[in-house]
Write a protein that binds this ligand. Structure first.
Ligand code: RIB
Length: 309
């Protein structure tokens, strides 16, 4: 069967309902801050990346677990509205849907706690059931809000079928070399790159050092996202900073997810690596100018408009 008739991007990952409190600043331990504004929005790193890839123009399938509850119903309805293939989304009888509690300060920075719920029950069996979908895609997109065994199973299937594997190591945790060897592109932010390598990443030079360590562990390409500075793109051949776009940030929630979803689509379309990173920067830049995770994700038309400027 022709690849073009199938999903260009498959996302294996989490879905959450985000409970968001916007405050003047993020409260410290033991502190109570008044004056916040509350909102709920669709979130979860996997779901955000799937929706970002879809709005960026990809044909997208999501492999995930939702609870049998109203939050799961809403999430599923949202994916269907977006046109995401949900035939591999499982409803879990024993756990509730994932929930994230998010503080956002006036500077747009955030602090997030997650109750994974059904996301924590995504099994290698769920992933194996999606084997054909993964094997026929162009890009598999993974994060770390679901069990590592499922992430590793998906990467193995994709690698065997020569599908490009992007792993966004968020939230960061130690990664086995066997998994890293199946990863084509690893996309940590500064914080995650620091945790994965022990190098304190604070800019392009230290990002290049961390990237070299990750490449020595078996990853082909490392993209360290550096917020407003852009991203350090490293391969065995060397590294280069691809600058980002300067925008006024109101909420950085899901900026990394939008970057990864758009990157996956651009690579699936056959773009060169640096062009795909620039496309992903444009998508992420738009998202930080708007509040919320999935509500902030731009369409292809919006991304193309910013790139033309
Ligand atoms: O990356 C942002 C996401 O992290 C939020 O949507 C929240 O659900 C957490 O998973």
């Amino acid at each position: 069967m022709a690849r073009s008739a199938k999903s260009s991007v498959v996302v294996v990952g989490s879905s959450n309902t985000d409970m968001i409190l916007r405050l003047a600043r993020i409260p410290g331990p033991g502190e109570t801050l008044l004056g916040g504004q509350f909102a709920t929005a669709a979130g979860g790193k996997g779901a955000n990346q799937a929706v970002a890839a879809r709005r960026a123009g990809g044909r997208v399938a999501l492999v995930a677990r939702l609870g049998r509850d109203s939050m799961g119903d809403e999430a599923l309805a949202g994916f269907r509205r977006e046109g995401v293939d949900v035939s591999r989304v499982v409803r879990d009888r024993s756990r509730p849907s994932g929930v994230a509690l998010i503080f956002v300060g006036a500077d747009g920075e955030n602090s997030i706690g997650v109750a994974g719920g059904a996301n924590q029950r995504l099994t290698p069996g769920d992933v194996a059931a999606a084997r054909t979908t993964i094997a026929r895609s162009r890009v598999l997109l993974l994060q770390l809000e679901t069990p590592l065994a499922s992430v590793a199973a998906a990467a193995r299937i994709a690698r065997k079928s020569k599908v490009t594997v992007i792993l966004n190591p968020a939230p960061a945790q130690a990664l086995p070399r066997a998994l890293l060897r199946n990863v084509s592109l690893l996309t940590p932010n500064e914080h995650e790159a620091s945790l994965l390598t022990g190098v304190r990443v604070t800019g392009a030079a230290s990002a290049a050092k961390a990237a070299r360590i990750l490449i020595s562990r078996g990853v082909s390409t490392v993209i360290v996202t550096l917020g407003a500075q852009g991203a350090l793109v490293a391969t065995r051949a060397g590294s280069r900073l691809v600058p980002g776009f300067s925008v006024r940030a109101v909420d950085s929630t899901a900026a990394g997810d939008v970057f990864n979803g758009a990157l996956a689509v651009s690579l699936a379309e056959g773009a060169a690596l640096h062009d795909a990173v620039r496309f992903a920067h444009a998508a992420a830049a738009i998202s930080v100018t708007r509040p919320g995770a999935q509500p902030s994700i731009p369409t292809r038309r919006e991304i193309d408009r910013l790139l033309r400027k």
